[in-house]
Design a protein around this ligand. Sequence first.
Ligand SMILES: [Mg+2]
Length: 84
Amino acid sequence: MTQMTLNKTLIVTMEECGELTRACSKIIRHGANEKPKYRDNLLEEIADVQAMLQLVITHMNFNPDYIEKLVDKRLDKMMEPGYE
Ligand SMILES: [Mg+2]
């Protein structure tokens, strides 16, 4: 597999985030249970974004352990009473 340039990686990441945004919108508009295709599409777009994030992390030489710490911190914040 050839390595994408950083710019191309970031552009594809933006595109995939847009697709994930649209998939979330479809679930809100149509529900997740009525039509399995929207649920399936959300799952696919989550995977696409996760794949791109892995490439960005590698390109930027970010420390995965530090990212995990930031994720935990974010999740803790969202669990606080009164968080909306
Ligand atoms: Mg996609």
